[in-house]
Write a protein of this length. Sequence first.
Length: 588
Amino acid sequence: MRKSGSRFFPLSGFQSDLRRPAVTDILRLIRVAQGEAPPDLAIRNVRVVNVFTGEIEDAADLAVADGRIAGIGRFDDAGAVEDGEGLLALPGFIDGHIHLESTLLTPDQFARAAVPRGTAGVVCDPHEIANVAGIEGLRYMVEASRSLPLDILITASSCVPATGLETSGATLGPEDIREILAWPECAGLGEMMNFPGLLAGDPGVMAKLQAAAGKHIDGHAPGVTGPALDAYAGAGPSTDHESTAREEGLAKLRRGLRLMIREGSTERNLVALASLVDDETFRRTMLVTDDRAALDLRDLGHMDHLVRRAVAEGIGPVRAVAMASLNTAEAFGLERRGAIAPGYRADLSLAPDIEHLSIRRVFHRGREVARDGALVENPRPGPRGPRDTVNLAGLDAGKFRIPDRGGKTTAIGIVPDQILTTRIEADAPTRDGEVLPDPGADLLKLVVVERHRGTGNVGACLVRGFGFKEGAIASSVAHDSHNLIAAGASNEDLLKALEAIAKEGGGLCHVSRGDVQELLPLPVAGLLSDRPLDEVCGALSRLRASVKGAGGVLEAPFAALSFLALPVIPEVRLTDQGLVDVLKQEMI
């Protein structure tokens, strides 16, 4: 059902590079390349990282005209000259699969973090905000991404909601998908997470695939192998970012899927998959982040970090660069992107080497946009975005009760550095017909509270893997429907943490010793902060330190918490409707 309401963000004024340049632009490139007209800019004395041949070319000048590379050679006459000082010129990086909402940053603050690291573009699936605010949430992301020093393309979110086993704030149907796919900012259909629905031939899934006929379709098939993988690949998806083991990744490559090797903040698969990158396969592979925390963006980097990690795992340096640029551009049909060559967009960065990859300068469409780790100009803030999205029927700790049904209790087990979970049958204490948490055995209570429609739904179970012995953590970021989620040692702590974030319209909170210790408000759809990058990172650092000080063992506890409600990643999850067996797609 299409969400009612007026369109508060008209989509206009964006010229997408999914199309070829105009004839007049091509004619000028021809003249500049042959020395018949001066370039707008000559970047002197750079060594070009050639992702076509795998070599580093000798020092030369780059001629830029109308935002594109016109030629590589010697250009004495130019409108402006920049000295490349013998540095390497690398193509601008493109992240082919990211959820910007997972950074907790508005697009302008994401640009502040990512552009100085050499990022020229991202393909974003904004299904987090779509689950909260529907098509208007996507309009906000598009409008907030205009006039930034990088290109943010979106995909049409295919699974809003992801399944029928949770309550989301909106629904995107086939008509919505067709409308979004027609936007110039849209690069294709977003990840088809409902793989059980696809394999079962669900009519709703089939209608969305049909709506995207002839367009790029992102895949999402965790653990899918054998005939099921044949069926999934044959239905239209052309990429997959969910492989966590070598054999799984190889099976998907064999079936024609492009392998997105994911190295995010919580999902780290590069070590397991790096050996798949060889002479035969590497052009079918790319590096993506999927979910990247603001702290990691600022302190470790974005795609530059992934390139460094790939090189450390034995992937050739130029090959690693291609996996973060050209391979991604070609996978999405972004013509003349992802390389430094005549006619290609002049998106590039300068760095002394690839192995350490310390980016010195960044150019976007031939204009310098970052130098020495900072943007040249402050990015333009976008619109306010959707607010007041936490609508509760009234919080009641009595609803957090887990009934004692006798015998062992099914609990969720967190897998470190992955978003997979395990199903645990735990011996938990009971009292008066209620299953209790056992912090000494690392068994906390996990609750998911519906926040969109005021239904009063609450799901509750036990969870193992956080490590802290008292207090609670809570978040309004809970993939993919983004209801409120909290884990804690007592009902009282859970209630206090949930009340704190509800009051702010969303956020992250840590309660310890009966009081709120740290809180990061997320007022934009309950997903994004409206504060600058450094303020968000400071709050995240304090939250992590606070949880660790209380005995927490996870490096990113709030990221781990956010995925425990995602009923499309095996093995077991919790939604506002209860505990879910993901593979069977049924309630436990």
